[in-house]
Design a protein around this ligand. Structure first.
Ligand code: NI
Length: 166
């Protein structure tokens, strides 16, 4: 396994739309394992392939504190969404920034697993938010895109300053 470099906002590659995965093969499984390691190392609770500059529809998520429940979503599709919730979100591509974002409270998603088999999952709470956040990445959307232009510029300035300090 290997740690992968994570793109940082406002890298324009974060705005690329990801392509569907045709076959779940050994290369995809290797990428998913590397993404999981990268996410755990960061540490974070979700990572989309877009964030490691691979523009294919693959997401890894683990919202447990002891990193014990890795979930992999390949070609995820939102089947249903309902309700509304607001919570603070962060992103490994936008380090140190947390902002309140509105999301659907309950969702139902269909995806392929690492075995290539389709599955459906109903989620609410943090998992629902996390899935929506990561699926946005596959569309080339970062959570800060939902904020006002003023806030976005402030975040860009803050990250640029952090980048220079590194
Ligand atoms: Ni993110």
């Amino acid at each position: 396994m290997a740690l992968l470099p994570i793109l940082r906002y406002p890298d324009p590659r974060l705005h690329k739309k990801a392509a569907p995965i045709a076959v779940v093969d050994a290369q995809i499984r290797k990428l998913a394992a590397d993404m999981a390691e990268t996410m755990y190392n960061a540490p974070g609770i979700g990572l989309a392939a877009t964030q490691v500059d691979r523009h294919i529809r693959l997401i890894v998520i683990d919202i447990t504190e002891d990193q014990s429940q890795l979930q992999v979503f390949i070609n995820p599709e939102l089947l249903e969404k309902s309700g509304e919730c607001e919570g603070d979100e962060g992103c490994l591509s936008v380090p140190g920034i947390y902002e309140t974002i509105k999301r659907a409270a309950q969702i139902k998603v269909r995806a392929l697993g690492l075995d290539g088999q389709a599955f459906e999952l109903a989620a609410d709470g943090l998992l629902a938010v996390c899935i929506q956040h990561e699926m946005d990445h596959l569309e080339g959307r970062v959570f800060v895109d939902y904020l006002s232009r003023l806030k976005q510029n402030r975040i860009k300035a803050k990250l640029a300053k952090q980048g220079r300090a590194m």
